[in-house]
Design a protein around this ligand. Structure first.
Ligand SMILES: [Zn+2]
Length: 205
C-alpha cells in the first residue's frame, strides 16, 4: 500500500519537472546567443594575443629577492611578434590569450626563462689566453667558440688562470614579471616574412 503511493508520487514529480526544465534550457540558449562573436566584421572587438600578433607591453622584472633587474617604466613599451620565440618561452605562454589593458604578475621558472646554469659554460682558462694584462672580476670578454661568439664574464682571477662564466646573466634565475599589455595588432606581411616587429619598439631597417 505504501509502496504504491510512493511510485505514483515519483512519476508525478518527473512529469512535473519535465516541462520547466525544457523551458529553462530554451531561455539559457537565448541568453547565450549575443555573447557569441557572430559579427566578425565588428572592429571594436579587442584583439587577443595569438600567433602572428604584434604585442607591445610594459614590464618590470624582479629576481627572487625582489631586486628590480629591468623595467620599461618611463621608456617605450617592448614590442615583439607572438609565437616566434622573440621573448622567453614562459612569458610568451603567459601572454597568450591576453588583450590590451590586461595586467598580470607572473613568476617564470629559470627553465622557461633564460635556462638553468650550465656548469660546462664555466671554465678555468690560462691567463695568457687574454689579450690584456689587467684582469678583474666582472670584466666581460667575447670568446670565439665553434658555435660562434659567446659573451663571458670573469668570476675569478688567479696568478696563472682566470675563471670565466659563459652563462646568460639571468640563467638559473626564477624571474617575476609585472606586465601591462599596451596594445595588440596584426603583424604586416613584411614583419611576418622577417619574423620580427618593425617600427616603434621593434627593428628599424
Ligand atoms: Zn625586419
Amino acid at each position: 500500500m505504501t509502496l504504491k503511493r510512493s511510485e505514483k508520487t515519483f512519476f508525478g514529480n518527473l512529469r512535473f519537472f519535465n516541462r520547466p526544465l525544457f523551458l529553462a534550457k530554451e531561455t539559457a540558449s537565448r541568453i547565450m546567443l549575443p555573447l557569441s562573436p557572430i559579427d566578425t566584421d565588428q572592429k571594436d572587438l579587442p584583439m587577443i594575443i595569438s600567433e602572428n600578433t604584434v604585442v607591445l607591453f610594459h614590464y618590470t622584472l624582479t629576481d627572487e629577492s625582489g631586486n628590480e633587474l629591468d623595467s620599461s617604466t618611463g621608456k617605450d613599451p617592448l614590442a615583439y611578434m607572438h609565437g616566434h620565440k622573440n621573448i622567453i618561452p614562459g612569458l610568451e605562454k603567459e601572454l597568450d590569450g591576453k588583450t590590451a589593458g590586461d595586467v598580470m604578475i607572473v613568476t617564470i621558472k629559470a627553465a622557461e626563462a633564460y635556462g638553468e646554469t650550465q656548469d660546462e659554460r664555466i671554465q678555468e682558462i690560462p691567463r695568457t689566453s687574454f689579450q690584456t694584462e689587467e684582469m678583474s672580476v666582472g670584466m666581460r670578454f667575447e670568446a670565439k667558440t665553434p658555435n660562434g661568439p659567446v659573451s663571458v664574464v670573469v668570476t675569478e682571477v688567479n696568478d696563472e688562470t682566470v675563471t670565466v662564466d659563459g652563462n646568460h646573466p639571468l640563467a638559473g634565475k626564477d624571474l617575476t614579471f609585472d606586465v601591462r599589455v599596451d596594445s595588440v595588432r596584426e603583424a604586416s606581411e613584411e614583419e611576418l616574412s622577417h619574423g620580427h616587429v618593425h617600427g616603434p619598439g621593434g627593428h628599424n631597417h
